[in-house]
Structure formats: structure tokens, C-alpha cells
Ligand binder design. Structure first.
Ligand SMILES: NC(=O)c1ccc[n+]([C@@H]2O[C@H](COP(=O)([O-])OP(=O)(O)OC[C@H]3O[C@@H](n4cnc5c(N)ncnc54)[C@H](OP(=O)(O)O)[C@@H]3O)[C@@H](O)[C@H]2O)c1
Length: 293
């Protein structure tokens, strides 16, 4: 009999990547859920901030696993809507973890490089480094991690970064802007690891049958600045658009009222490397696959 994976936020980038990855795999049945806006054909309505609804649906569907791909991911939006940020990114995971504990099933919680503050570092952050978020988004995601750990035993927490897939993301924004602009100004002093949602889905699928619970950094190998990322996107997509690199300080003058983002948020996938055979692809290779190059 196939195992049932309940996916929240199924219409988001990671949710869609999981659907793509598991398509045609008869060993697993995906129970797709998202906000009422996306509910309908094949997708159950589930607002993860509604504790009663979380309990009712999980009791009814009796999944074998929960993957929480739902989140409030608008980093600047979280600064102004902090109640919503904590509701979706902290309390939602808590209710899901409680439901997972009631059913005695594993839960995957997805977290972020922005749990770190990016203080000047010379080496990537490992799972042993102490988080120190500087944005509401990062703080709300960190609280979500803590709630998951504190409310169930069978938890996986995967911290990923700079995600792009089927949805709104930096790659799509750059390609859209390149249609009308010859030059694009992009921040050059924030470095991280652009990670394909499909690659993250593969990492989840790898861990899922293992019971190797715990905290994992889960990003593409290698790193770059946003400006280098943009330049690579244009190179691979055959665009002539020029990237004008600017500092965060200069960019903030052009686009004010932004959340603070870490200048350095490279994560080392130490747990994956030491305890599993799963290797993330280099970020350029993930991008090539995404762009069909
Ligand atoms: N995107 C990144 O760059 C990035 C970086 C690091 C970590 N992550 C983490 O990776 C995970 C996946 O991110 P993603 O990029 O796939 O996110 P995404 O594309 O923004 O998708 C999130 C999904 O969650 C849904 N959602 C929002 N509030 C909800 C609620 N109360 N109940 C149920 N569903 C809700 C969203 O619906 P609506 O569209 O209606 O809001 C959307 O379908 C998240 O945990 C995120 O924090 C993302």
C-alpha cells in the first residue's frame, strides 16, 4: 500500500517541486493542501494557522508523513505584518508538529539561512552555529523550528536558501526585467547559495524513508552574490542585459524600507555530508537544469 505524504503550501515553489518529483511514483500518495484560495481540484483547503482545522484534516486523512512547505516567505512583508509572520511561520509549524505527534508520524519543517545574522564570517555556517536572526522573517522561522522540536520527536528541519522553482523568485524577476531593461542594478555584497526547489525536494525524498531525524542545512553547493547570480542567469538564458553591482547601502537608497538581510548566509550541509549519501548539486548546475540548459 502506498504511503501518504501530506503537503502544506502545495501550490508554492517547494510544494510544486514535490509534486513534480513524486509524479508517477506509486509508492507514495500526495495529500495536497494549501490556503482556501488554491483549494479545489486535488487540493484540500488547509490554513496551517487554524489549529482545529489542522487537527481535523490530519485526523481525517491520516498521513504517514507531513511536509510543511507552507510559509509566509515575503521577507519585507514580514517586517510590516509581523503578526502574520509569527502566525504562519511559527504557530503553523507548531500545530502541524502537534498533529504529527498525535499521529506518531515524521514531520519535515523547512527553514532558512536567514536564521543567521550574517556577521562577518570566513567560513560557512554549520548546524552547530548559533542562530541570530536580524529580520522578522528569520526570527519567525527560527521560532517555528523551536516549536517543531519542542512538540514532537520525529522531526526533520531543513534550512535552505535563495530558493527558486515554479513560483515567484529571483530568477523569474531577473528574466522579466531583462525583457525591458538593458541594465539592472543588483546587490553585490550579500552572498549565499541559490538552491533549486527541485533539488530541495530530492533531499526531502531522500531523507523521508530513513528516519534519520534532525537538523540539516540543505542548500546547493557553492555560493555567489545576488549580482553574480543575476549575471549567470543572463549568461545561461542568452540575455545581453548588463548587471550593475551595488552595495546593500546604495541599494537601500534606491529601494528604501527593506528588511535587513544577512551579508553572509552560506550554509555548509554538514549533516547531509556526514550522515547520508545525498549530495546537493552545485548552484550553477541546479540553475542550468531549471533553465533547461
Ligand atoms: N523562497 C525562498 O527564497 C526561501 C529561502 C529559504 C527558505 N525558504 C523556505 O522554504 C519553504 C518553501 O518556500 P517556497 O519558496 O516554496 O514558498 P512559497 O512559494 O512562498 O509557497 C508557500 C506556500 O504556502 C502558502 N501559505 C501561506 N500561508 C499559509 C497558511 N496560513 N496556510 C497554508 N498555506 C499557506 C502560500 O500560499 P499564498 O501564496 O496564498 O500565500 C504558498 O502556496 C518555506 O518554509 C520557506 O520559508 C524559502
Amino acid at each position: 500500500m502506498s504511503k501518504k505524504i501530506l503537503i502544506t503550501g502545495a501550490n508554492g515553489q517547494l510544494g510544486r517541486a514535490l509534486q513534480q518529483l513524486y509524479a508517477g511514483n506509486n509508492d507514495y500518495e500526495l495529500l495536497l493542501t494549501d490556503t482556501a484560495e488554491f483549494a479545489g481540484e486535488g487540493i484540500h483547503a488547509l490554513d496551517i494557522t487554524d489549529k482545529k482545522a489542522v487537527n481535523a484534516l490530519t485526523e481525517e486523512l491520516k498521513p504517514d508523513y507531513i511536509v510543511n512547505a507552507a510559509a509566509y516567505t515575503n521577507v519585507d512583508g514580514c517586517e510590516v505584518n509581523s503578526d502574520l509572520a509569527y502566525s504562519v511561520n511559527s504557530f503553523g509549524p507548531r500545530y502541524l508538529a502537534e498533529a504529527a505527534a498525535n499521529l506518531n508520524i515524521p514531520i519535515f519543517q523547512i527553514s532558512t539561512d536567514y536564521v543567521f545574522g550574517g556577521e562577518k564570517r570566513t567560513r560557512p555556517y554549520t548546524e552547530f552555529d548559533r542562530p541570530a536572526p536580524e529580520s522578522v522573517y528569520g526570527a519567525s522561522k527560527l521560532r517555528g523550528e523551536q516549536f517543531v522540536k519542542g512538540n514532537t520527536d520525529k522531526w526533520y528541519i531543513l534550512r535552505t536558501a535563495w530558493l527558486y522553482g515554479d513560483g515567484k523568485n529571483f530568477v523569474k524577476t531577473m528574466l522579466r526585467l531583462s525583457e525591458t531593461k538593458d541594465e539592472i542594478t543588483v546587490v553585490d555584497d550579500q552572498v549565499g547559495s541559490p538552491t533549486s526547489a527541485l533539488e530541495l525536494a530530492r533531499a526531502i525524498a531522500y531523507l523521508l524513508p530513513t528516519d534519520n531525524f534532525g537538523l540539516y542545512h540543505a542548500t546547493a553547493e557553492g555560493s555567489c552574490s545576488w549580482a553574480e547570480f543575476a549575471a549567470k542567469i543572463f549568461e545561461l538564458a542568452g540575455k545581453n542585459t548588463k548587471v550593475i553591482p551595488v552595495s546593500t547601502e546604495e541599494y537601500m537608497k534606491l529601494v528604501p524600507n527593506q528588511a535587513r538581510r544577512p551579508a553572509y548566509s552560506i550554509l555548509e550541509n554538514r549533516h547531509f555530508k556526514s550522515a547520508t549519501h545525498f549530495m546537493f548539486a552545485e548552484w550553477e548546475d541546479g540553475l542550468k537544469e531549471y533553465l533547461g540548459k
